[in-house]
Design a protein around this ligand. Structure first.
Ligand SMILES: [Zn+2]
Length: 374
């Protein structure tokens, strides 16, 4: 394979880390070379449609529609599941024509969960795990990360129809702005402009190298996003801001964030609101003093705007490490990751696993029966 041994060239690494490492996380990170072959292989996963993929999909659909997920296997005593979502869209396809969770598929999820499980707020699930309250049988908590406006206009009416509660994690610095979540912004930029041109414009040798590998536009975009997620936060921001200046795209309806008035409306409707940092950095790529500023600012802003101090936190990109988790524990009672699995009474409350909700309800049903506690 042509790109099997591609690594970031020395010049690229020097540019990626211009400053001296400032703490242990930075030092560890700067010792590791970013392996572009691994980045490309992960990115290829987003577009993988081989026979194994179709067989797995077929088995999940068949077992769901044949009613073969035995109730006795669903979430045993003391177990619970936390699902995570981001956006629900009007259209069932995304920028690349790929299937995404639309209102129809989401309504199927919610109807299924209301019928087969016991949806609870995340705080109730946590209280159950801690033994402060009874944990209902087959408890499931729905969570939404980032704080998109569609959570109020598309998600809330569906949840209300089925009497299902949910928790939304707010990125306070993006509330009421025209800002983008940078990964979705890059997706939009790559889909509108010649991808090789975008890579050139980044000015980053590793991204330019990725642009020369002949990858399809979606895989190339994902590889760039994966690579950027591995950089220290400031280096990532520099590159994103360079691209933002050269390829400005206005935020669209699907990606727009809630305003504070809309956040308050969600609270009024009974949604639970948690913290998701101020500016959504990957916390393991940030000096610890800045991690603390992100946590404190987000918690204090939510308390000031809503009159309630948030107790729950969601790690951006699900990423944490012992130092970050310890800091989060000083500000919040419980926190969720994107590590896949079920929760049990033995789960670490500051690193709770979640299950990323797949699009077809048959796959959601399958995951809830066959996932295990990590
Ligand atoms: Zn997020």
């Amino acid at each position: 394979m042509k790109d099997a041994n591609v690594f970031v060239p020395e010049a690229g690494r020097d540019q990626a880390w211009p400053e001296r490492p400032r703490n242990r996380i930075d030092r560890e990170r700067s010792r590791n070379r970013i392996d572009l072959a691994r980045v490309v292989s992960r990115a290829r996963g987003v577009d993988q449609r081989d026979w194994v993929y179709w067989v797995k999909k077929g088995v999940k659909a068949l077992t769901y529609y044949a009613g073969l997920h035995p109730a006795s296997l669903r979430l045993g005593e003391g177990e619970a599941a936390i699902l995570f979502y981001h956006k629900v869209q009007r259209r069932p396809v995304g920028v690349w024509g790929e299937p995404v969770l639309d209102v129809h598929a989401f309504e199927q999820h919610v109807a299924f969960l209301a019928r087969q499980y016991q949806p609870v707020l995340l705080s109730e699930l946590v209280a159950g795990l801690e033994g402060r309250a009874r944990l209902p049988r087959r408890a499931v908590a729905l969570t939404f990360d980032d704080g998109y406006r569609n959570n109020l206009y598309l998600v809330a009416p569906i949840l209300a129809r089925h009497g299902v509660p949910a928790t939304i994690f707010i990125t306070t610095g993006l509330v009421g702005t025209d800002g983008w979540m940078w990964g979705y912004e890059l997706e939009e930029i790559f889909s509108r402009s010649p991808p090789e041109q975008v890579c050139q414009a980044s000015g980053d040798p590793a991204i330019i190298r990725l642009g020369s590998l002949g990858l399809g536009p979606r895989v190339l975009m994902s590889a760039c996003v994966e690579y950027l997620k591995e950089l220290p936060h400031e280096s990532m921001l520099d590159i994103v801001e360079r691209l933002r200046a050269k390829f400005p795209v206005p935020v669209n309806d699907e990606n727009r964030f809630l305003s504070w008035e809309e956040v308050r409306e969600l609270a009024h409707q009974g949604f639970e609101l948690g913290a998701h940092t101020r500016s959504h950095p990957i916390l393991t790529r940030l000096p610890l003093a800045e991690v603390e500023r992100e946590l404190r600012s987000c918690r204090d802003t939510l308390e000031e705007k809503l009159g309630v101090r948030p107790a729950l936190f969601s790690y951006p990109n699900g990423a944490t490490c012992p130092e970050v988790t310890a800091l989060v524990g000083r500000y919040f009672q419980a926190a969720v990751t994107t590590r896949s699995g079920l929760c049990a009474r033995t789960s670490e409350l500051l690193e709770l696993p979640r299950i990323g909700a797949p699009v077809p309800v048959s796959e959601l049903a399958f995951d809830l029966v066959w996932k295990v506690s990590p």
